[in-house]
Design a binder for this molecule. Sequence first.
Ligand SMILES: [Zn+2]
Ligand SMILES: [Zn+2]
Length: 286
Amino acid sequence: MGSAELLVVLVDSRLVVQNASTSDGSLWPRTWESLAVFFAAYGGLATDQRIALIATNSERAALIGADVCAAMDWQGLRQETTKFLLSDSGSSADPPHLASGLSRALCYANYMRKAERKIPARVLIMECSNIEADLSTQGPGLLSCAFAAQAENVTVDCLSLGDQASTLLRQVVNIAGGKHHAMSPLGASAEQPFGSLLLQTLLFHFLASAVTRKDLNMVPDNQNMAAVCVCHGKMCDIAYICSSCLSVYCTDNIAICPGCRTRFRPERAGINRRLSDLGSLELSAF
Ligand SMILES: [Zn+2]
Ligand SMILES: [Zn+2]
């Protein structure tokens, strides 16, 4: 038996709401069945393995349950999670508050490390993005969490179950030293149903602890560090960054940062000219 670890799983409400059709039924029931087997396998790695589950919708993030694996009521946890994810009264176009959820996950890991002992902790984000520029409005929050996780030595992993993986979450995982894997439910087939594919992916990529992974020679992730602007949510080759809150903009025409209200003072050619720069001809006119 190895030493115990804390795993905080962060669930995106779109896994329930989008209800994508897979070869073996709707997305959420298959996802939970695979998660239940994954949790059981995770609980078998050490005697005091801990699990915490945080759910996020477009309004807020909530800690649904947390305990030692052996004492967890899995059926109750499933009902509470589904109830919370379906209670979203916000617009279906709004992305879930994954930045708040990640922040909450890191706070919980920090609390557990102080309350118990220096227990290793990692976070697994299960998200359902449909475009690469998804979550662009949460960019500063997500990246701040990534640097906080890096400073506290908390690994952040991500399993993307949407059509296209969010570039920002790839960057978060890259900064926090975790593993990113994208798996669209549409890739499942009759021979390889979604539930079976998801379970094998979870066990293969996300069961091993961060320490063990160093001995497993895991394949490095795709690096995509393209900037995504907070103003339009588009990918930019050249971007402008607020030096106060690290928000990324695609233009330098903004006078005040909408995120932190910092006033930008761009260098404009000719603004600081002295009167003598006008020359003798112009001066004689006064
Ligand atoms: Zn923009
Ligand atoms: Zn700012």
